[in-house]
Design a protein around this ligand. Structure first.
Ligand SMILES: [Zn+2]
Length: 551
């Protein structure tokens, strides 16, 4: 640890300790500025007096207080479905997140700064094999591990170690030392020579109406983005703006994401040069320091970026595919992707654990399904050139031919949270979990009224937080099933912590897991009995335009 990093860590620990005190105090107290005698100038302090941000991982992204989540609704005749209870599903979710934690602890990628359940690596293979074992233990006789290989031209680019250091200068206040912004996450290309030092310039949102007025030549442009939900929604805006900054001569782009907490965010890439995302509280520090330096007419603040990477080809992965024979040979496909960046408790540990619960439920002879169920623990879609659903379709023409419906269970039980009444020690607004789950969109490609009505019933019967508006949305995993000419359903939350290190077990709702599992068991039973023409009404035209691919 360098001296500056050491100083930084000590300061962070102090911040953290103070944070607990303030969090326990009334919100109005937490928001008051410390008293200072009238007319007195602020004492000179490092970094123009701007408090240092906390270490990444030193503070939770979201405050999860002692008030729990509203309980799941259990209809009287369903009390015996113990395999669908929240605690049982959560135990599986913990095992699934454990594969990510192992990836991190063992430094599966580079120095361990990046981790996950990564398709093409042992962390993903172990998750798939463990899931197959759960299917077998549930009593399912037909469980297959189906291999796949990476597309020949595809390349997986992975940063293996990196650092973003903001360089101190005595003119910024006595004692100003370099600060490492630990939430920085590379999302662009390699840095030529591995390191780069340049002054930074704040470009705000970089709207085309004023972006050309700011000289970014030879500088690191600092873009500010306020994500309204998961970063997929911002890809269409952010990528062109970062590319424009590079074209106008910027040497790198830092995208400050005003996310909860101070997390890594692996999304919004494609700037065409070196670019890094910066988490909420690091970004808050950076914006304020750049503003203060400009107001004071100080030497422009510089940053040093360093990075190493590796590029992988010819990777191999596998799906686990379990078939539960029904009374009919027609097939309903249930899919959940197993891969994830970071802990991935919400993307998609929750969906995978719900899939396992459904396997246990329908494997019981008394719950034999009407239509045959095919459950896929998919290698997913985060690794370029490997796609679980697409490989499933290619390897199982007979099942595909018999399918009447596909349901993708993806990000389904993350807690809802919002801006809190309090702020943290550095002044950044806290985010607080509430007593329910984040909104869940149910996308039905062919807009079947019958299927839509089942979701409506789900809200009334189980309290699932489906959004009020029906949608033909298709996203994430579902993209790999588009060659199938049947209703494709995507059940998906889109909260801001998606693809960040903030998606930990803390922010998953245990009653939410149960709500979703009970709803889906009901849904599968109803859809199992429905006429094919109700599921796929003649003349309905499934929309097939996916949202940008969920990588
Ligand atoms: Zn996902």
């Amino acid at each position: 640890m360098t001296t500056s990093a050491h100083k930084r860590r000590s300061a962070s620990l102090l911040c953290l300790a103070a944070g607990f005190v303030i969090a326990a105090a009334p919100a109005s107290f937490a928001q008051q500025a410390p008293a200072r005698p009238r007319g007195a100038a602020p004492a000179p302090a490092p970094w123009f007096g701007v408090p240092l941000p906390p270490a990444r991982g030193g503070v939770p992204a979201v405050l999860v207080g002692p008030r729990g989540v509203r309980p799941a609704i259990v209809p009287p005749n369903e009390a015996k479905f113990h395999e669908l209870e929240g605690a049982a599903i959560r135990a599986d979710l913990e095992t699934i997140v454990g594969f990510s934690k192992e990836s991190r602890a063992s430094h599966e990628i580079g120095n361990g700064q990046l981790w996950g359940r990564i398709t093409g690596y042992p962390s993903s293979a172990k998750t798939i094999e463990w899931t197959a074992e759960q299917f077998r233990k549930a009593g399912i006789a037909d469980v297959k591990i189906q291999p796949m290989t990476q597309d020949p031209q595809a390349r997986l680019f992975l940063p293996t170690s990196w650092e973003l250091k903001v360089l101190g200068d005595a003119s910024y206040g006595p004692g100003t030392a370099d600060v490492v912004l630990e939430s920085a996450m590379p999302v662009g290309t390699d840095i030529p020579g591995g390191t780069l030092t340049a002054p930074m310039v704040l470009v705000g949102s970089s709207n085309p109406s004023f972006a050309p007025l700011i000289d970014v030549k030879g500088k690191i442009a600092v873009l500010v983005v306020v994500p309204q939900a998961h970063m997929v929604f911002d890809r269409g805006t952010v990528s062109p703006r970062t590319q424009d900054l590079m074209k106008r001569g910027a040497v790198a782009v830092l995208t400050v994401l005003r996310h909860p907490g101070n997390e890594y965010a692996k999304d919004l890439g494609g700037c065409g040069g070196p670019c890094f995302n910066v988490g909420g509280r690091d970004g808050f520090f950076l914006e304020r320091v750049l503003d203060r330096a400009a107001s004071a007419g100080a030497t422009p603040v510089r940053a040093q970026l360093t990075m190493k990477s590796e590029t992988k080809t010819n990777l191999r992965a596998e799906n686990a595919v379990a078939t539960i024979p029904g009374r009919s040979t027609e097939v309903i496909v249930l899919d959940a992707h197993a891969d994830a960046w970071f802990d991935g408790a919400g993307d998609n540990g929750d969906g995978l654990s719900v899939l396992i619960a459904l396997a246990r439920h329908f494997a019981k002879p008394e719950n034999k399904p009407d239509r045959t169920l095919v459950l896929i623990a998919s290698a997913g879609h985060h690794t370029t050139g490997l796609n679980g659903p697409r490989s499933f379709v290619a390897a199982n023409p007979d099942l595909v031919k018999r399918a009447v419906l596909v349901v993708n269970i993806e990000h389904v039980a993350q807690r809802n949270f919002g801006p809190g009444r309090s702020v943290a020690t550095d002044g950044y607004r806290d985010f607080v979990a509430d007593s329910g789950e984040a909104p869940i969109t149910a996308g039905i490609t062919n807009e079947s009224p019958y299927l839509n009505d089942l979701f409506q019933q789900g809200v009334a019967k189980y309290g699932t937080n489906f959004v009020s508006e029906p949608s033909p949305m298709l996203s994430g995993e579902t993209g790999g099933f588009t060659s199938m000419d049947v209703a494709l359903i995507t059940i998906m939350q889109a909260p801001p912590l998606y693809h960040t290190t903030g998606e930990t077990l803390d922010v998953i709702s245990t009653p939410g897991l149960e709500r979703m599992a009970r709803f889906l068991a009901f849904f599968v039973k109803q859809a199992g009995k429905a006429q094919v023409t109700a599921i796929n009404p003649p003349g309905s035209s499934p929309r097939r335009s996916a949202e940008p691919d969920d990588r």
